[in-house]
Design a protein around this ligand. Sequence first.
Ligand code: IVH
Length: 680
Amino acid sequence: MDAAARVAALRREIERHNHAYYVLDAPTIPDAEYDRLFRELQALETEYPQLIRTDSPTQRVGAKPLSEFFPVRHAVPMLSIRTETDTEPTGARAFDARVRRELGLSEADAAIEYAAELKFDGLAINLRYEHGVLVQAATRGDGETGEDVTQNIRTVHRIPLRLHDCAPPVLEVRGEVFMSRPDFERYNEKQRAQGRATLVNPRNGAAGSIRQLDPAMAAERPLSFYAYGLGETRGWELPATHGAVLDALAACGLPVCEHRAVVQGADGLIGFHARIREARDALPFDIDGVVYKVNSLALQQQLGFVTREPRWAVAHKYPAEEALTTVEAIELQVGRTGAITPVARLAPVFVGGVTVTNATLHNEGEARRKDVRIGDTVIVRRAGDVIPEVVSVVMERRPMKDLFGGEPLHPPFALPKTCPVCRSAVERPEDEAIARCTGGLFCPAQRKGALLHFASRRAMDIEGLGDKLVEQLVDNAIVKTPADLYKLGLLAMANLERMAEKSAGNILAAIEKSKTTTLARFIFALGIRNVGEATAKDLARHFGNLDAVMNADVDRLQQVPDVGPIVAASIARFFAEPHNVEVIEQLRAAGVNWPDGAPSAVANSPIAGKTFVLTGTLPTLTRDEAKDMIEALGGKVAGSVSKKTDYVVAGAEAGSKLDKAQALGVSILDETQFRELILS
Ligand code: IVH
């Protein structure tokens, strides 16, 4: 097969796997095999640059930063949707009645068919495909003119760079770019671990990412996309209904949300509204309500639009997730890492379906910035299933010492100098937002937090070991470390206040069951600072067994994907602490166990973390092949020789780099020696 044919075949295959992985959420091949195909394509494109196409999967990242976005005039204006503020079923009835009136229908006429879908909470984007290839992506802007954000949109893996068996001269697809909640949390976890700024909410995450001038920055933020409509089309046979348009787009390989339905009349709309309300908290992304659209495109045309809003569509919201209440007290919570969080105790208020009695103020800085004080009237918000937060203070209602605009009754919030639980000193490093109790596991609050974390569902998963029980176990000095849990007997448990013998037995059984676990869960359960679930999985996959993780130095740790210097330092510090090692040994001795995995090639590699420079022509390896081999084993390839270079691999006609390596005393290898080194 010639190179061009192989490149085309690789692209098709990679795109097929991309679609399965990102759109259908059903991976078809192991990651390592995917990486191999991807690297083969990259290597061929490096060798034959004339074969590179903009729709190649290798071209998603790597574009240069822009100095500004260029304006794009939309061929078909991007409209907005009228919002129905009546969140009750009457809101849907009013829309249906309006549509029927506009169409001159009487009560005797049949129900209108609607397409009902979700209102995604992100950023509207127009994707322009010409002959099946993504040529431009633009934001909505003012509806007439948006901004060209093609480079950033290319980094969104769910958006196909080429459509499947669908190549009309022009097909513009409209939809929403957004960030899912798990992606948002994972991204923030990573940012926090590296001491970098976090995103406020998924919506800002999506909008901010698309507005990055540097596509490399955009690529770091995981975005999703759902198609919900069309812009300009040429040479594409338009289906008769909106529902069929979405089916056709899905068939072209575009992601279309499965939570949609074609329904009849107002009752159908009301049913959909209610169903989504139930499903809402379980969705992996935030929504802003639902959208109803007249299903027939012919009727849509007939209805037309007023100003910028079509008469055939409406957004139907859900009851507000914000409410007013008053602050009764500001208390301090000490978490398992000693982090001290101010929490506002609130007069109970019903928000988004639940009664809220407290809301986090995050940290001292936030509490002061928002200037929340006792007695204040505040706006609280509950988004999805996250902890409610105080949005802002209604200053006009702040209680004052007198009626004539004198001083506020209560002083601004300030953090105490000592821990409210154990009286150890409170410290806040200059460049951090979070203040911490320095008491470590001496502090009962931290001990309780560590135990709860250890037992939590995603860690050791000990069912029944909740707040109340941990509280008693720690306060009565029955349990000091996680290892003590495995020494508990029925007597000690059943003697606890309000503990029936049966439930004591159940908990002991759950503790016993937790002994068989996985390495990733165990590492996560240890509660190492900056090591969340994702990092724990990466560590387990990379090293394969616990001793390798415990013995790794910071250089080795940094070879793990997404582990930077701060996380590596936390891990090394944790295992350098004899007390921690002792607890781990006790846990193993108590019978906690997991199957070890094979460490990935990189962890065992003799060249992990080493820097190579390649020069001259090697007898059998091309430069790219050598580079791939080095990188696959965790080494780095640099362009020039310096004191930091570990090895120079030199072939025929090596030039000044070889001279410099000799001058600096850097090890020089020929291809044979290089092969021996990497196999050692
Ligand atoms: S259709 C018919 N469908 O809402 C008008 N828009 O206020 C064209 N949005 O800017 C939009 N989910 O960003 C449509 N399922 C959905 C949507 C949706 C979210 C956003 C979109 C648009 C805004 C309109």
